[in-house]
Design a protein around this ligand. Structure first.
Ligand code: 9GP
Length: 824
């Protein structure tokens, strides 16, 4: 891009100008009149009109980035769970009011047009949503950044329920196109796979020649990532896989139509679907193809297209930091080595020195089964050169270990990048830890447990490598957009500085003692509940329990998150009422809201969904409960629904077994929207509780050391089942087929057995403490004034959980990149 490119005129921020942009897009962009335009035409024209306002800034940002050659954060992530784009763009460009008025003048309702948008569901859950929050904060904080990922044609599946069972439907979010993406086929990159390697006689130390056997083309699509009203628009570049040749014309002409397009289908499968798993990866070839596909394209893109032609790659670490979001992009490490050693002819040692300064690794899990490993056979077949490079990295690394811990071969085996058992496999977390100059966990407890347990050997060797960056969420989307009523209330009280400096929420603290403010706060919550009630009724025909407590548990369905413990609470309450143990009048009206998708191959998780739906059906249909208890399980929980549910919630359920949830980010969103948490001492709950105060948080359950010690003593769930009559009654009621039309097999038998026989995540051990704490919740909720006070204090004291603060921590502790003010 030339520095002499004349700047585009910034469209005027006025209703007239916006209307012109909108109509021009409708007429010339879509080729329709307003009278004949479909809803999608209008949504498109609206989005494109908003895009105009951001484009000028985008080009400016790119131009400055090229000119300054400032250090850039490259966030490599297999997932970006973006959520709806239009609302965010309107907010960032400060066009909300102008666009609303402009459309109203044309007789159009902006909310209706916004509802047309299909959210890009390019992520499974917390990890992908965190990546989306981070790029928002990076842009808002003026940090030169490029996000790199995959443009999946099908995002996270659409969940439906048939007879209460989860049925997955493909999420073809692009079926009407997307106004937010800009394809750049001219920057396509070829990505190679397979084949073999050969000697490179005149090559440098370590160099080999890779003769791949097939390749695909990675075609980039750019998305704007606007900062909040600061003139910066960063780029998210997502790659789509294409065959190099659409089809074989000779075969096609000979009538072999299927054969002719086979190669194309094969290649395009790589970016076809988001791999539907969260914390339990099933290692599949396609998944490794996806990972290499996007990192190879991204590295090439940065080195060949972003850096100036004569750039001295020895300085690469001054120019870029590749942040590895979990292990999915870790194959980038041997790829950079391959580029430097094989393609650029560097010596191995020089290449390794640069590589080691270029990557940092974020680990997002504590579950051993979620740390990716790739069988060496698979890696050798798909990426033979990379496997050789990994072997050499490992060889040199193990020499270092032996030098540091002489005679400790057990340690050497534990730390090796190559696992020998049960089959030879590459441990991607070890590779990332060896190559990365920093390794971070995502909450204080998680980072401690990484050092003490999961990566303990590495922490002993390189204590300085390990650090923590507690997750955060963007206040733009999760307060300002999701909760306009609360945003207004906050802004009226303390001004609007909180939107980019969330610690300013502290200014609300004194207002927790102000009866008028508490009243206003309750009004906001009430309005948000009515909004939720309407959405759930319109969307799914679901009814809430009057204006009672909204008790929400929304997250991927996983045993460690313990939706089953929540279910036991509900069943126990119900059983208590039906058996007369609990007087109905004493029960606080409440709706238990679930939102959860189960990975399609995760049977136990799907059975849990089936059981929750069965219990919900029974309770919701029971007239004797007089609507005091309701179970709402809207299918297909996504960002769009989260933005309606979270602001309406009173109680946030964060009930994982301590030591299993790396952080959680839903917990932060709820606290910031004034829900109180009932939670274990796990993940970021620990920090939430510390900040909001014990008296404003309902803590229950074992601590991590207690859970570990129980595990090592030998945990027997049967003991808990036998000794707690309420627990026994709840489990027996489920087992009796009461909720399943007499059916005692299937999901009922499976869940009953898994809880009473193995109970890997100790739901039964924490049941009593959970029930007792739920009683405290009920009592507290009855006192509206004191509950509101606690809720306000949750908001006021949770500013720390802004993703802006997380990004500042990454800048200070890891990246060393500097913000650059676009307007300076
Ligand atoms: O399970 C963690 C979740 O606790 C965390 O909040 C999120 C973002 O850091 O990452 C999740 N991890 C994964 O999805 C897989 O490692």
């Amino acid at each position: 891009m030339s520095e002499n490119t004349p700047p585009l005129a910034v469209p005027e921020h006025s209703v007239e100008s916006f209307t012109r942009a909108f109509l021009r897009e409708l007429n010339y962009g879509r080729g329709v009149d307003l009278d004949r335009a479909s809803a999608n035409d209008k949504y498109y024209a609206l989005s494109r009109a908003v895009r105009h306002y951001l484009t000028t800034r985008w080009l400016e940002t790119l131009r400055n980035q090229y000119r300054d050659q400032a250090k850039t954060v490259a966030y490599l992530s297999a997932e970006f769970l973006l959520g709806p784009q239009l609302e965010n763009a309107l907010l960032a460009a400060d066009l909300e009011d102008i666009a609303r008025e402009s459309l109203a003048n044309l007789g159009l309702d902006i909310d209706e047009l916004q509802a047309v948008e299909e959210e890009p569901g390019l992520g499974n859950g917390g990890l992908g949503r965190l990546a989306a929050c981070f790029i928002d904060s990076l842009a808002t904080m003026n940090v030169p950044t490029v996000g790199y990922g995959i443009r999946y044609e099908y995002g996270i599946f659409k969940q439906t329920f048939v007879d209460g069972k989860q049925v997955e439907k493909p999420d073809h979010w692009l079926h009407l196109g997307s106004p937010w993406e800009l394809p750049h086929p001219e920057y396509s990159v070829d990505v190679h796979f397979g084949g073999h390697t050969e000697d490179k006689p005149d090559g440098s130390d370590g160099a080999r020649t890779w003769i791949p056997s097939w390749r695909v083309t990675a075609k980039p699509y750019n998305y704007m990532v606007p900062g909040y009203r600061n003139g910066r628009v960063n780029t998210l570049r997502l790659w789509s896989a294409r065959a190099r040749h659409d089809f074989d014309l000779r075969e096609f002409n000979a009538g072999e139509y299927t054969e002719a397009v086979r190669a194309r289908t094969f290649a395009e499968n790589i970016s076809k679907v988001l791999y539907p798993e969260d914390s339990t990866p099933q290692g599949k070839e396609l998944r490794l193809q996806q990972q290499y596909f996007f990192v190879a394209a991204s590295l090439h893109d940065f080195i060949e297209h972003v850096l100036p032609r004569d750039y001295d790659l020895k300085n690469l670490p001054d120019r870029i930091i590749w942040q590895l979001n979990d292990t999915h992009p870790v194959i980038a490490v041997p790829e950079l080595m391959r580029i430097l050693v094989d393609d650029k002819g560097w010596d191995w040692a020089d290449a390794w020195a640069v590589t080691q300064k270029s990557f940092a690794y974020t680990c997002h899990t504590l579950l051993p089964e979620a740390l990716e490993v790739w069988p060496v056979d698979l890696m050798g077949k798909l990426l033979p050169r990379h496997l050789e490079i990994i072997y050499r990295i490992n060889e040199e690394f193990l020499e270092e270990v032996r030098a540091a811990f002489p005679g400790d071969e057990l340690r050497v085996r534990r730390m090796s990048i190559i696992a020998e058992q049960p089959g030879r496999a590459v441990r991607m977390a070890h590779l990332a830890t060896v190559a990365g100059f920093k390794v971070n966990g995502v909450a204080e407890l998680h980072s401690e447990l990484l050092k003490d347990k999961v990566l303990n050997d590495f922490a002993q060797m390189w204590p300085e490598k390990f650090t923590n960056v507690t997750n955060g969420v963007t206040p733009r989307r999760f307060i300002r957009l999701a909760n306009p009523a609360l945003s207004e209330l906050i802004t009226a009280a303390i001004g609007d500085g909180w939107i980019t400096d969330l610690e300013q929420l502290r200014g609300l603290e004194p207002l927790a003692d102000d009866a008028e403010f508490r009243h206003a706060f309750r009004e906001v919550k009430g309005a948000n509940k009515r909004r939720l009630a309407k959405v759930l009724m319109d969307r799914d025909g679901i009814e809430l329990a009057g204006d009672g407590m909204v008790d929400a548990m929304v997250k991927r369905l996983h045993e460690y998150k313990r939706q089953s413990l929540k279910l036991l609470h509900i069943v126990s309450l119900y059983e208590g009422i039906k058996s007369g143990r609990i007087p109905l009048e004493s029960v606080t009206p409440r709706t238990f809201v679930f939102g959860a998708k189960a990975a399609p191959g995760y049977v136990r998780a799907k059975e849990t969904i089936e059981l929750i739906n069965a219990v919900g059906r029974t309770i919701n249909a029971d007239a004797s409960l007089k609507g005091r208890l309701k179970v709402a399980f809207p299918p297909n929980y996504n960002v769009t629904l989260a933005e309606v549910l979270i602001p309406a919630a009173d109680l946030s359920e964060q009930i994982s077994l301590a030591g299993k949830e790396a952080s959680g980010t839903g917990n932060m969103k709820f606290a910031l929207n004034g829900a109180l948490t009932i939670g274990t001492d796990d993940g970021a709950n620990v920090e939430i509780r510390k900040l909001v105060g014990d008296e404003n948080f309902f803590l229950f359950g074992m601590t991590e050391p207690e859970a570990s010690s129980l595990e090592s003593r030998g945990y027997d769930p049967g003991e808990y089942y036998e000794s707690d009559p309420e627990l026994k009654a709840a489990l027996n009621l489920i087992a009796s087929g009461h909720f399943t039309d007499g059916e005692r097999g299937g999901a009922v038998a499976s869940i009953f057995a898994s809880l009473t026989e193995r109970d890997r995540f100790m739901a039964l051990a924490d049941f009593r403490s959970y029930m007792d704490t739920q009683k405290k919740v009920e009592a507290a909720y009855l006192d509206h004034e004191s509950w509101s006070r606690s809720a306000i204090l949750n908001v006021a004291r949770s500013g720390y959980f802004s993703s802006d603060r997380s990004i500042q921590d990454y800048l200070d502790r890891i990246w060393g990149a500097k913000p650059i003010d676009q307007n300076a």
